[in-house]
Design a protein around this ligand. Structure first.
Ligand SMILES: Cc1cc2nc3c(=O)[nH]c(=O)nc-3n(C[C@H](O)[C@H](O)[C@H](O)COP(=O)(O)OP(=O)(O)OC[C@H]3O[C@@H](n4cnc5c(N)ncnc54)[C@H](O)[C@@H]3O)c2cc1C
Length: 390
């Protein structure tokens, strides 16, 4: 076994860190104004294109960076250091767009890869959260296409996106189906833009769709395949969340460590107090262990012969445990900073608010536990094993 990063992976990590440092300059502005002005978006877009880290999950022949899942995790770990969710400005098109027809690819995916358009993914509804099968949005066949009616909640980047990848129950058989819907299509209203706990460079608005007419070729990946396509990228998305939370936790620990070796109370550095040392040590252990496991599973997911079912459960373990461990780390780091850790101008405070959602989106911690338990019950404890070479 060789756990070292290859020279190419080291270079990627260095490039991702350099891009992260550039984007980091906008953190304070984003926090203060709850977002960034168009000039900042343009500047970051140029920096992303310059770094070559646009659309890391898309093949190079379509204009993406064409990275393996392991390499993507290396990049996401660096970007995860950013507050204000500025990591999301380094666009990764929804993997579902891989199911585009050649015509759809030219119209929707390629412009997203180039950073000219932006997608958002709308599955969740008022009554369909952890259970997306409880879908109420419908698509009814009509002359020349489909009429879409319903509402969608928590649509990340919905304010900024040009088109929506929307899950609806299609036809009389209510077949779960994805549609590519331009956001300026008549009948689409952005009804509410809630303020969430974190400061996020984009919003997560709610939309209503009232008799929205889309053409026949708006269907993405075939009628009835909406859940399967959505589920098929959970493994990757959850691994990327695990990677980002570890990057965030590492930044927080670096800051807390640096603070602990300079802050004095009772005539001594707080780093000399064993209660502080315990928090630093527990945080280092949380980060080291979860990084190793996330790297292992991301590496496995990059192998062409990987067993997808076991990987699904392993990605659930990574997402569950890394997001919960990072939550513990950031809580300790806020504590080490004392009152300053509660001040929004300190990155640890922002990371504290931002890491919380990683235990909710892309399947809550409870849903990850159900996936893991289901794998154990159905197929035994093989999920705990490393794959062997033969
Ligand atoms: C900031 C943010 C951004 C988001 N972005 C998007 C997006 O871009 N697109 C999109 O489609 N969605 C998005 N979501 C939605 C997100 O995926 C859902 O919030 C999440 O899946 C949980 O659904 P819910 O909020 O309806 O909670 P519910 O499903 O109502 O869950 C409530 C509680 O019940 C628990 N629970 C539910 N079922 C079970 C069960 N079977 N066993 C045990 N416990 C259970 C949950 O774990 C949770 O603790 C976003 C959410 C947030 C907060």
């Amino acid at each position: 076994m060789d756990f070292r990063l290859t020279p190419h992976q080291v270079e990627l990590k260095t490039t991702a860190r350099a891009l992260t440092e550039i984007v980091m300059q906008y953190e304070q502005e984003c926090e203060e104004n709850n977002g960034l002005p168009p000039q900042a978006h343009d500047a970051v877009r140029a920096a992303v294109l310059d770094s070559g880290l646009q659309a890391v999950n898309m093949p190079a022949e379509w204009g993406g960076a064409g990275l393996t899942i392991f390499e993507q995790a290396v990049v996401q770990e660096e970007l995860g250091r950013l507050t204000g969710a500025l990591w999301d400005m380094v666009w990764r098109p929804a993997n579902a767009l891989r199911f585009c027809t050649p015509e759809q690819r030219e119209r929707f995916l390629v412009p997203v890869i180039k950073g000219e358009r932006r997608d958002c993914y709308a599955v969740t509804e008022r009554g369909a959260g952890s259970d997306p099968q409880n879908l109420a949005t419908t698509a009814t066949r009509t002359d020349g296409g489909w009429l879409i009616n319903g509402e969608k909640w928590f649509v990340t980047v919905g304010d900024h996106a040009d088109f929506v990848i929307l899950l609806a129950a299609a036809g009389e058989e209510k077949a779960p189906t994805l549609f590519l819907v331009d956001k300026d299509t008549p009948g689409i209203t952005m009804t509410r833009v809630p303020r969430f706990m974190h400061t996020f460079v984009y919003e997560h608005p709610e939309f209503t769709f009232t008799d929205v007419l889309v053409p026949e070729d708006a269907v993405l990946g075939g009628v009835g395949n909406g859940y399967d396509i959505t589920r098929s990228w959970f493994t990757e998305e959850r691994l990327m969340i695990a990677a980002r939370t570890i990057g965030a936790a590492e930044r927080a620990l670096e800051l807390a460590r640096d603070w602990a070796v300079q802050r004095e109370q009772f005539g001594a550095l707080i780093a000399s107090f064993q209660l502080i040392q315990g928090m630093l040590a527990d945080s280092a252990a949380d980060i080291a262990v979860h990084r190793a496991y996330t790297h292992q599973v991301a590496w496995e997911a990059s192998q062409p012969d990987a067993d997808r079912k076991t990987l699904h459960a392993k990605a659930a373990i990574a997402k569950l445990s890394a997001s919960e461990a990072s939550g513990r780390v950031i809580d300790r780091c806020v504590q080490i900073f004392g009152g300053r850790g509660y001040d929004r101008s300190y990155p640890v405070e922002r990371l504290y608010r931002e890491l919380r959602v990683d235990r909710i989106w892309e399947g809550t911690s409870e849903i990850q536990r159900l996936i893991i338990a289901n794998e154990l019950i159905k197929r035994g404890t093989g999920v705990l094993q490393l794959p062997s070479a033969d």
